[in-house]
Design a protein around this ligand. Structure first.
Ligand code: P6P
Length: 331
């Protein structure tokens, strides 16, 4: 039952006992993400007014031009997580290697690692289009009190204990799951509080929106070209509508609410796809599946893929179950 007067903090406390690992740590971890989200939101919303837009002149490890807000968001989320001393390791799109947080200290009982895309869709920052933060949380695999290792991060998406995103759009929303459904919280900027605005979000089983960067059409695999033509045919429930923002969180969020499919296939520029498995595909796939949708790389369920590298990329197709099933018929 949706109680729009319920704050995110109250929701976390109320649902903590239902979470099988309920030790309070995950709750305070989600709370620290909530705090960082407010801080980043404040900067995103005034980016046009201060000298924080534009390029830093540096490149991140993806050799993508790093925008100042990327760096700011990365620093904010990492420092908040470290200051709260809740996690034993962090991996970020903006950091070449994972960060360990005094995990070799035998007194460090922290058992979670976080993987994060601190500001996804950053190419949209300068043109005032919505961007987002994506996070993924796992329990460490290595023994508590020992050094965190890469194995703690290279876990398949099925192992996630929680995942979510913040969308800095016409309103700022935090959407997340701990494996018992998907809930959305909208920020009231006047008082800096997230309120429960969407309860147990379910993605429509079918839809008529397809989201893909058709500029890459000539480079797509044949099955994707056939599917796009299927979407454009005039027949029964088609042509579908094409909607593409170029910000994964925004494109996915719209499709989850209205029904639709998001596609980022492999291209000649990105032969393994552009999106990163660990901190873009897996968290979005976990949320999608929890909302009743499907996420695949064209061959297998995204959540079953065993990662081999921290920043590995993956072709990504996710959304309404019937639309993904229709796509698969062309493979
Ligand atoms: P393209 C943003 O840079 C991002 O990582 C995702 O948020 C988005 O879905 C995709 O890349 C857009 O890529 O090649 O269409 O600009």
């Amino acid at each position: 039952m949706l109680n729009k007067n319920q704050t995110l903090g109250e929701f976390i406390i109320k649902n903590q006992t239902s979470f099988k690992y309920s030790s309070g740590e995950l709750s305070s971890l989600i709370n620290s993400i909530r705090l960082a989200a407010k801080v980043v939101n404040h900067e995103v919303n005034k980016a046009g007014l201060v000298d924080i837009i534009g390029f830093t002149g540096n490149e991140n490890i993806q050799s993508e031009k790093q925008q100042k807000l990327d760096v700011y968001a990365n620093e904010k989320f990492i420092s908040t997580l470290i200051n709260r001393n809740i996690v034993c390791g962090i991996a970020s799109e903006e950091e070449e290697n994972f960060i360990t947080i005094n995990s070799s200290d035998r007194n460090n009982q922290n058992k979670y690692v976080v993987l994060i895309d601190p500001l996804d869709g950053s190419s949209n920052i300068d043109v005032n289009v919505s961007v987002g933060t994506i996070f993924s949380i796992y329990r460490r695999k290595t023994k508590i009190g020992t050094e965190v290792s890469i194995d703690d991060f290279l876990q398949k998406g099925r192992n996630q204990v929680a995942a979510g995103y913040i969308i800095y759009g016409t309103s700022t929303m935090l959407v997340y799951t701990t494996g018992s459904g998907v809930n959305g919280f909208t920020l009231n900027p006047a008082i800096g509080t997230f309120y429960h605005s969407n309860s147990s979000i379910k993605i429509p089983n079918d839809g008529n929106i397809y989201s893909i960067n058709e500029g890459n059409y000539l480079q797509f695999p044949e099955f994707v070209k056939k599917y796009i033509k299927f979407c454009q045919e005039e027949k029964d429930d088609r042509p579908y509508t094409s909607r593409y923002i170029g910000s994964l969180v925004s494109d996915f969020h719209r499709n989850m609410i209205k029904g639709g499919i998001f596609l980022y296939p492999q291209t000649s520029k990105n032969p393994n796809g552009k999106l990163r498995l660990l901190y873009e595909c897996n968290p979005i796939a976990f949320i999608c599946e929890q909302a009743g949708g499907v996420a695949t790389n064209g061959k297998e369920n995204i959540l079953d893929i065993i990662p081999t590298e921290l920043h590995m990329r993956m072709p990504f197709y996710c959304g309404s179950k019937k639309m993904v099933q229709q796509l698969k018929k062309f493979i």
